[in-house]
Structures are given as C-alpha cells and as structure tokens.
Design a protein around this ligand. Structure first.
Ligand code: MGP
Ligand code: SAH
Length: 249
C-alpha cells in the first residue's frame, strides 16, 4: 500500500514538472535548457527527453551523440517485442543503452557492444535505473573486430548515421552508414545469424535495403516497419530472417 502511494506521488511530480515547463514562454523554456547545461545541438532532443527515456528524471545520462542517437523508448519496446522468447540478443552499437535496456526488460539476455567507454559507463548507469543491469553483458570494443567471436540468436544493428545532418540527403544510401557501409555491416552480422534487426533513417533507400536479403541464399525473409512517435516518423526498422518470420515474437 505504502509503495503504491509513493509511486503515484512520483508520477504526479514528474507530470507537474513537465506541464510547468511546456506552459512557460519559449524564452523561459530556453533559459531552463541553458541552466541544465545542454548544448544547442542537444536542445531539440532535450525537449523530447521523456520520449527517449520515460525515467529521464531518475538520473539518465547521455552525451551529445547519445542524445541524438538513442532510440526513443516506445520504438525500442516495439523492436524488443520481436524477441520475447528467452533469447540472446547482440546489440552491436549499444550507445547509451536505449535498445539494450528494452531487450533486457523483455527477458532477453543482451550482449551490448559499444566502442566508446564513456557511453558504456552511461549505459550501465541507465540500465541500473531500469533495473536490468544484471541481464546485460557490456563489452567495450569494435563490433567488426569482435564479430567473428560472437554467438547469439538475434543481431540488432543501430549504427551511426553520420549525425543529425543525415536528413540533408533526399535518399540515404547504405554507403553513408558509419563506420562501414551497410553491405559490410550486414555481412558481418549475417556471419553470426540470419536473424537481424536494423534501425535505419526514415529517408533510407528502401530498394537498397531490399537488396540486402539477396546477399543470402536462399534470400532472407524481410519486413519493413515505419516507426512513429506522436505521429512523427522517426526511423525505419527492418527485420530479417527469423526476426521477420515471427520466430522470436
Ligand atoms: P532526428 O531526425 O535527428 O530527430 O532523429 P527529429 O526530432 O526526428 O528531427 P526533426 O527535426 O526532423 O523533427 C530521429 C531519431 O533518429 C533519433 O531520436 C534517434 O533515435 C535516431 N537517430 C538519429 N541519428 C542521427 C542517429 C544515428 O546516428 N544513429 C542511430 N542509430 N540513430 C539515430
Ligand atoms: N541504439 C543506441 C544508439 C546507437 S548510436 C541507443 O539506443 O542508445 C551508434 C553507436 O555506435 C554510438 O554510440 C557509437 O559510439 C557506436 N559505435 C561506432 N562505431 C562502433 C563500432 N565499430 N563498434 C561498436 N560501436 C560503435
């Protein structure tokens, strides 16, 4: 009984903070952003902070790249729902943990690889806030170097898209992915398992995405999903192999 009361009090506090800010004039909101030490690049994402992590106020940590790259929570939940059976998921570009946390929350065991040690520290902190740190093995390293030694049921790929300027091109071709192009990335993943999930820009060249399934013989099943938050298209998720066929849902 006591715990319930505490929980609802917490929710009320957060809502009131949120609505307080949104009713403030724009200039005052901007001052508040500056007070929180947020850079101009991050500002736009700061306004979306509860969409990124619903538990943002509990001490979530992100650096600049983390802010603009983290998968919004509702999208990460949708992607994780494909992997509900007890499954080992390899999150090859784990960032500050947006996806790893949701995979772990749905009973998967997660191997989370991230090249930047500072982001790994943040991801561990964030996973602790969601109470799932025991279900994630964090590895600081380069996915391409580690790939030959990795084993898992599903590979999840959300590589860097080249920063927020990815939107400037009309069609985002797979060679623009970093640190290697989409074909090299897909082949490295396929050597681990044909069950692959990729999170890609909303302006991605879908014909090229379709071609990826022909890198395998017989060609892999695939499914393309558009991901919206508050009615706004944020990205595209592509499910390949067993992840498309519902084998893990
Ligand atoms: P966005 O297009 O930069 O933001 O990123 P927004 O608010 O949709 O921009 P607007 O001005 O068009 O309204 C949208 C989402 O894409 C982010 O929340 C991230 O989940 C994802 N994303 C963006 N970038 C630059 C990356 C990236 O480099 N890598 C990955 N994996 N995801 C990214
Ligand atoms: N899905 C993540 C965001 C991933 S952004 C989330 O929700 O938080 C892409 C990440 O890939 C960045 O954090 C970047 O540091 C990392 N990265 C870049 N090159 C890498 C490599 N070769 N191996 C592993 N991680 C890499």
């Amino acid at each position: 009984m006591k715990t319930k009361k505490k929980a609802s009090k917490k929710r009320r506090t957060r809502r009131s903070k949120r609505s307080k800010l949104s009713h403030l004039p724009t200039q005052t909101q901007k001052r508040r952003v500056t007070e929180e030490g947020v850079s101009p690049v991050v500002e736009k994402y700061w306004f979306q902070r509860y969409d990124l992590f619903s538990k943002y106020d509990e001490g979530i940590q992100m650096d600049e790249q983390g802010w603009y790259s983290v998968t919004p929570e509702q999208i990460a939940i949708t992607q994780a729902q494909r992997c509900q059976n007890p499954t080992v998921v390899i999150d090859c570009f784990a960032g500050v943990g947006g996806n790893a946390i949701q995979f772990a929350s749905l009973c998967c065991h997660v191997v989370a690889i991230e090249i930047d040690p500072l982001k790994v520290d943040m991801a561990i902190n964030n996973a602790r806030i969601y109470g799932v740190e025991d279900y994630i093995d964090f590895i600081v390293g380069d996915f391409f170097q580690l790939a030959p030694s990795l084993k898992g049921d599903i590979v999840f790929l959300s590589p860097p898209w080249g920063g927020p300027s990815y939107r400037r091109v009309k069609k985002f071709t797979l060679d623009l992915l970093e640190p290697k192009d989409g074909y090299d990335l897909f082949q490295a993943a396929q050597a681990i398992t044909p069950n692959i999930i990729m999170f890609l820009p909303r302006n991605v060249d879908l014909l090229q995405v379709e071609e990826l399934c022909w890198l395998s013989s017989p060609p892999l099943e695939f499914e393309i999903e558009e991901n919206y938050v508050h009615g706004k298209l944020k990205g595209v998720t592509v499910y390949f192999g067993g992840a498309a066929a519902g084998q893990y849902g």
